[in-house]
Design a protein around this ligand. Structure first.
Ligand SMILES: NC(=O)c1ccc[n+]([C@@H]2O[C@H](COP(=O)([O-])OP(=O)(O)OC[C@H]3O[C@@H](n4cnc5c(N)ncnc54)[C@H](OP(=O)(O)O)[C@@H]3O)[C@@H](O)[C@H]2O)c1
Length: 283
């Protein structure tokens, strides 16, 4: 290799413009934000069970839970951003007792394993895995599933980054919208939360992807830590849906579990809960 080529190799960012980036979960909340940020400078491919129609995206119909489409999705890709997930509770917007017992592993564990193996075979240079703040102290089955997925990424052969975020604003909005269907809302007002705009996290993620495999990234959270009481009060005011609140007592274990999901010392986004609510209609 000539000296000038070696120099270029050294100073070029890991993701070169027009590299092909596969985004799993590219139809989801975070995935859509990531795709929008990558499109101007990269070939973007999305693996989805329900491909969209954006002509600037290469759509691959597939299913991480069965393996369909995975080989085609990684073929020729230099980078994978893995943002697909299956959380029945998040989809519903409320917990059922079964969620405290089991979370389906088909997408987050089995699908991640399949994707890692296919990415290795295809020579992918960087596997950027999306995860959740506090996942290494998992207290509910979904978090255990996400933790197992992280372990697979760390043990895999593809150079990796793991990027964790706190809860997204859309999820808090969905949970509150469901809870407010009751005439009286049972609510643990004293618990703490640090919700974040998925667009802020997508900005951060795309910057990290451009830097190449970085291992475990610093936690990423919203700009403010709120009590669930404050979260609810702002939501009621902005959404105009006032309900009587039944304050639930908070055992110490729940207080610790909620604190683990925040990262006051981590990297912070900029969009506050109130700002997000004012600019987003309920889904
Ligand atoms: N929500 C939060 O508060 C939060 C907080 C921190 C981190 N995270 C993490 O951020 C990532 C994205 O979360 P999100 O909230 O944006 O998710 P989301 O909106 O629920 O989207 C989930 C995505 O997963 C895809 N998916 C589900 N099952 C699939 C399957 N069998 N095969 C292929 N794709 C499948 C869906 O695609 P199709 O339906 O089109 O197939 C969809 O694009 C996840 O890793 C999540 O754990 C989320």
């Amino acid at each position: 290799m000539r000296q000038s080529e070696q120099l270029t190799e050294l100073i070029e960012p890991e993701v070169r413009p027009m590299d092909t980036v596969l985004v799993t979960g590219g139809t989801g909340h975070l995935g859509r934000d990531v795709v929008a940020r990558l499109k101007p400078t990269h070939r973007v491919r999305v693996l989805s069970r329900y491909p969209g129609s954006d002509p600037d995206v290469e759509w691959i119909r597939g299913d991480l839970a069965t393996g369909e489409g995975i080989a085609a999705a990684v073929a020729g890709a230099q980078v994978v951003v893995h943002a697909a997930t299956l959380s029945p509770a998040a989809k519903r917007g409320y917990l059922l007792p079964a969620d405290l017992w089991r979370s389906p592993p088909e997408v987050d564990v089995d699908g991640t394993r399949r994707l890692l193996e296919a990415a290795d075979r295809a020579g992918v240079r960087h596997f950027a895995h999306v995860s959740i703040v506090g996942v290494d102290r998992p207290r509910v089955p979904y978090m255990r599933v996400k933790h197992t997925a992280e372990d697979l990424v760390r043990a895999g052969k593809v150079p990796w980054s793991i990027l964790r975020a706190t809860q997204f604003h859309w999820l808090a909005d969905r949970i509150l919208g469901k809870a407010a269907r009751l005439p009286v809302m049972p609510w643990p007002t004293e618990l703490r939360t640090q919700p974040v705009d998925s667009r802020d996290f997508a900005d951060h993620l795309v910057r990290r992807v451009a830097e190449g495999p970085g291992g475990q990234d610093t936690d990423f959270g919203g700009p403010e830590v709120l009590t669930l009481g404050e979260l609810l009060a702002q939501w009621q005011q902005i959404r105009g849906r006032r309900r009587r609140v039944l304050k639930l007592p908070v055992p110490a274990v729940a207080e610790r579990a909620a604190r683990d999901l925040t990262c006051p010392d981590g990297t912070r986004g900029t969009v506050t809960w109130a700002e997000w609510l004012r600019t987003h209609a309920p889904e």
